[in-house]
Ligand binder design. Structure first.
Ligand code: GZL
Length: 325
């Protein structure tokens, strides 16, 4: 074999190997020295725990140094954490505000310190301009619409002439609570069959979901046709109370939930939940991409909504892939 032939084969082999390497997911460029301060709400749900895990994993994948503090459901702890991040002179601050009001002062301090703030998951309500850079999170209003649209289809399918609904709402004055309620109410408003008997704040907690459902069953009993619960945790707390009252969830009472965690999807597959609207906690990659853009002086979108879908008894639920949270 001539030398020329050997070299051409060696070159072909190197090119082949180099193209093979292009098939795997391109690893983002590792970034040294960027410090991101994150104030996380707490650990109240599988969704929140999944969100925290995803932010940690993506910070590691992008090589961004992370200071994450858990506020244990207290706004004052989030405000204190943001002040620590400012004192520490982090490059970027990100946080999921537990409620929409009460952030102006601390965010003004961050702005005066020249530190950009990214909203993750939830929004704030302020009259002041320019306190935050962008919001990365779900379209909660659309989630409420999708929940209501499912209930309308279900009422049609069951030929129901009235649908009495009890609502287990999320943390009062939080973005998901306000918008999931607004989207749902606006959608059922034009359907005379639909009546909300009562709405109670379940604070996105499993224990509170059980308490709310116990009260609803004691108060309304067999008048209840449907439960609209703002997250899986509260739904999973409510289901045993429905069964203790000798009703069959998913049959005697239509159950609609939001988040789409594995435990709720498993219960959907058992037929005890009728509809789960997805709210993905996997916001970490979008957060890290946005941090890099800010540090590189690039423009960022003011609003980044992830794609989300609806899982329900209208589909072959065996096809639902593992959820990862
Ligand atoms: C939604 C998130 C909510 C989840 C709950 O993006 O803010 O908070 O729906 C969590 O499970 O507690």
């Amino acid at each position: 074999m001539t030398k020329k032939k050997i070299w051409s084969m060696a070159l072909a082999l190197m090119l082949t190997l180099s193209f093979m390497g292009c098939g795997k997911e391109a690893e983002p460029a590792k970034e040294d020295g960027i410090l991101l301060g994150v104030s996380q709400i707490g650990s109240e749900s599988a969704w929140r725990i999944g969100n925290t895990r995803d932010i940690e994993e993506q910070a590691d994948r992008y090589g961004i140094n992370l200071m994450m503090e858990n506020a244990n459901q207290k706004q004052e702890n989030q405000i204190a954490a943001i002040r620590r991040f400012i004192a520490y002179k982090v490059d970027v601050i990100a946080f999921s505000p537990i409620v929409e009001e009460g952030w102006d002062n601390v965010l003004k301090e961050a702005k005066d310190a020249g530190i950009p703030v990214i909203l993750v998951d939830r929004d704030i309500n302020t009259a002041k301009e320019g306190l935050t850079t962008c919001l990365i999170g779900a379209d909660f209003y659309k989630e409420g619409v999708m929940a209501a649209e499912y209930l309308i289809r279900k009422a049609d399918a069951l030929e129901m002439d009235h649908v009495n609904i009890v609502e287990i709402a999320g943390t009062e004055n939080s973005t998901p609570m306000r918008q999931r309620q607004a989207g749902f109410y606006d959608t059922i408003a034009n359907d005379p069959r639909m009546t909300v008997l009562e709405s109670i704040d379940g604070d996105f907690l499993k224990s509170r979901g059980a308490e709310c459902m116990r009260y609803f069953l004691e108060t309304y009993g067999d008048q209840i046709d449907a439960v609209y619960s703002h997250n899986d945790e509260m739904t999973l707390g409510a289901l045993p109370e429905i069964e203790k009252a000798e009703f069959v969830p998913g049959q005697d009472i239509i159950i609609i939930s939001i988040d789409g965690g594995q435990e709720a999807i498993n219960v959907l597959k058992e037929g005890k939940i009728n509809c789960v609207v997805e709210c993905t906690p996997k916001l970490g990659s979008a957060l890290m991409e946005t941090v890099l853009k800010l540090k590189n002086g690039e423009a960022v979108d003011a609003l980044i909504h992830p794609e989300e879908e609806v899982f329900s008894d209208e589909m072959d639920t065996s096809t639902i892939a593992p959820r990862g949270y």
